[in-house]
Design a protein around this ligand. Structure first.
Ligand code: B12
Length: 299
């Protein structure tokens, strides 16, 4: 099994037995549900189903999670990050497509070795909380700003899950935490981060996606001039210094750093979605992206 994934040398990975973390996962998701009942969640959070109910939806009993760290930062992107109005996770073609492609290839290889088994892949969209598995498997450190920090690539990576009913030997490393230096707390433009963690309802990344903004939220967006996503807490993080760049070709090609109003104002929403169909921000639609550009320009 390890040989199969090691073939993909541009990613890091761990293998986790679902049984070994099921109770903790179910406890964690119960807490998510309770927060939701109190209205403390936001609309994009994963729902908080427990392992068994996810298994029922997927149609097989989850036994093993192969947890992948898929790095996306490149030398070129980091140079442009300050001048770009898209965050670095949105400059390449849509990471959902890149991750799905990569994981489908791994699953094809796994099927050759374990043909009888079932596989489910997830990157971002789906019922599982991905950071939980990344932390529990030791794939990355849990950090004050919430991002998962991988030892090799830092925090600039997507998490992918391959869930299967195959029993695969665990490969995990020690659970770790960042050193709480407090730099992300100090530098977060919206003061969303504290030693307790992050209040996502204040996070700039969330505000770039939120439908209706208050006057104060608009001011916050204006100060950053980002139209989709935010990278400040990762940019200031010491753990991201001297880390390896991504070698995945798909993250290096067709880079897009800025969208201006002139590029989109004459497009209908449908045309906007078609024009940017291979970008992860297209699902937000033209109006929200145009609104964010206008806010950045001071209207
Ligand atoms: C919704 C969402 C958002 C929302 C946040 C809303 C929220 N409340 O989380 C918004 C739009 C703000 C957002 C922003 C970003 N996101 Co986002 N997001 C998600 C999504 C779809 C669900 C997250 C969720 O349910 N959160 C609920 C909270 C409670 O959990 P969490 O923060 O994900 O993870 C924590 C718990 O696991 C927790 N925990 C709590 N109790 C316990 C108990 C135990 C035992 C353990 C082990 C852990 C644990 O520790 C984790 C870290 O704090 C995930 C993908 C997924 N399906 O999981 C991507 C995901 C978390 N996002 C991702 C990314 C890349 C981003 C951005 C960097 C994008 C950008 N540049 O703007 C920012 C980062 C902001 C930040 N500082 O974290 C990546 C993270 C990769 C990484 N290296 O960490 C993910 C995993 C997507 C992916 N497939 O790669 N995101």
């Amino acid at each position: 099994m390890n040989k199969i994934i090691e073939k993909y040398d541009n990613v890091d990975y761990r293998v986790l037995s679902i049984e070994s973390c099921k109770d903790e996962y179910d406890k964690f998701t119960k807490e998510l549900q309770d927060r939701r009942k109190c209205g403390l969640n936001n609309e994009y959070e994963v729902f908080g189903d427990n392992i068994d109910s996810i298994s029922i939806k997927c149609g097989f009993q989850a036994m093993t999670a192969i947890v992948l760290f898929i790095p996306y930062m490149t030398e070129e992107k980091i140079k442009f990050s300050k001048k770009s109005n898209l965050s670095s996770h949105a400059c390449s073609i849509d990471y959902h497509l890149i991750a799905k492609n990569l994981m489908s290839n791994i699953v094809m290889d796994l099927k050759n070795e374990y043909p009888e088994n079932n596989y489910y892949i997830q990157c971002d969209n789906g019922p599982y909380n991905e950071r939980f598995f990344a932390i529990k498997s030791g794939l990355g450190k849990k950090s004050t700003n919430s991002t998962i920090i991988n030892d090799v690539y830092g925090s600039y990576g997507f998490i992918g899950l391959i869930i299967t009913d195959a029993m695969i030997k665990e490969y995990k490393t020690q659970e770790k935490h960042c050193n709480h230096c407090g730099e992300c707390i100090k530098k977060c433009p919206s003061k969303a981060i504290s030693s307790e963690g992050i209040d996502f309802n204040r996070c700039i990344s969330y505000l770039t996606q939120k439908k209706k903004l208050s006057e104060t939220e608009e001011q916050l967006l204006k100060s950053q001039n980002k139209i989709f996503g935010c990278d400040v807490c990762q940019e200031v993080c010491h753990e991201n210094k001297n880390k390896k760049y991504s070698n995945i070709e798909d993250f290096k090609r067709d880079l897009l750093y800025n969208i201006e109003l002139e590029d989109i104002e004459y497009l209908s929403n449908r045309e906007f979605k078609r024009k940017f169909s291979d970008r992860n921000f297209s699902w937000k639609g033209k109006n929200i992206i145009a609104r964010n550009i206008s806010i950045g320009r001071g209207k």
